[in-house]
Write a protein that binds this ligand. Sequence first.
Ligand code: HEC
Length: 481
Amino acid sequence: MKFLRYLLYVIGSVILFLLCTVLWYKCTTHQQMIAAHQENVGDAEAYYEEYCASCHGSKVREFVERDKWVYGSSRTEMFTVIKDGADVDGMPAYGEVLDDQQIYELVDYIMAAIEDKKQEDFNSGDNNDVVFKSEGMNLKLELVADHMDSPWGITQDSSGILYYTDKSGQLFSNDLKGNHKQIEGTPTVKYRGQGGMMDVCLHPNFKENKRIYLTYSKPHPNDEGLSTTALFSGVLENGKIKDGKDIFIAMPYETTSRHFGSRLVFDNDGYMFLSVGERGRRDDYPQKLDNHLGKILRMNDDGTPVPSNPFYNQEGAMKEIYSYGHRNPQGLCYNPDSNLLYDHEHGPRGGDEINLVKAGENYGWPVITYGINYVGTKITDITHKEGMLQPERYWVPSIAPCGMDIITSDRYPAWNGDILTGSLKFNYMHRDVFDENGKWVKEEKLFPNIGRFRSIEQCADGYIYFGVEDPGKIYRIKSEY
Ligand code: HEC
């Protein structure tokens, strides 16, 4: 009896297993067929030449050179017109000579050519209906402003007004309905080399206190040859900054016109983080705590150092220092959900980095780096050292990162937690994906050839805005298509 029941169990399990296998096989082959239809263009190029070229042009690229598809440009519409023809217009029916699979291959071949064409149009400036696909999301770009040369910093208030700087020394507001205005009362900048008007940021309670912040390269009051990174703040009233003054000036001033760093972000506690570059003096500043250069700084909203800062009580150290050993951090972003702060910084030749910024840590420049000197000589042999933090990811060769944000907006659910970085050199946007433990997983390159990136900001309305220079343009990434 017992044995019989056991036998029944075994037979039952075997049948169940067989059933599942058959079902699974059916499902996957069906899926593979769909996928094959979508991605496999097989010998489409050959069929095109044989059957279609005589009427539609020797290359498929000529065929897709039309503004409007009379019979529709979706997969099914194209499939139908090729299979059944369009007698009235003189398009033959190919259902007799080509099987469905071959017709789908032709459709996909034509559709790929349409995408290529859009990409080319996009590169030449006409990008209104280019759809970019990323992680299942359809994205389009919308030009928001193009009256400036280099939009270095972007932000937005809760009423939807966009604020942005132009590196040459101006600050603008824009109602996103086609009107922009220059804001008065901004500081005089030293517009030279990598310096000028840089980041713009609003106080977390901007709605009530109207406090606005600007970072810029400040000329020395008594010596034209010197400049430094400074933080300016005032109250925005009727298109003018009132009572504006420097609330922080990085020390010391330097003669070079490079590596100002200069990003500003607020965290959940209302503290400000400011990145300052080492001004091209790698042996003098980043590893020493008696100066502000090559550092990430943490301050209260009035520019005073936070008493719990790691070196606040250390004699001879600057009280504002939060982390050190940085080169030129032109990107800084904060994730309010995870409370994590990231920077990115330019390496020398190779060795651009994304770092997770932590209190009191040393990020190693110039003792450790993955880069080499511009002329090709070595800076150092080592990439690791005890007591110096490793980057979360690095780029060799360099992409020249500028602009950065971490995405938490509901408008881009598939990008949640991803870091966007602009590339000045390769003119695209970089997306880096990290897992829950902060480990780098993968990357994607977006919007090829769009321009030299300067700024990326997830703004108050949840949209991502970004700025490119020469020519200066600000785009909004729309995700609802
Ligand atoms: C004898 C000439 C001729 C041949 C060969 C031919 N077509 Fe056409 N086709 C036409 C004409 C004419 C039209 C309608 C006018 C137009 O859109 O150019 C048309 C329309 C189409 C359309 C719809 C275009 C739209 O605007 O909606 C598609 C898609 C198409 N053809 C695909 C093909 C494919 C694929 C082949 C080869 C398998 C092919 N055609 C071969 C003449 C031809």
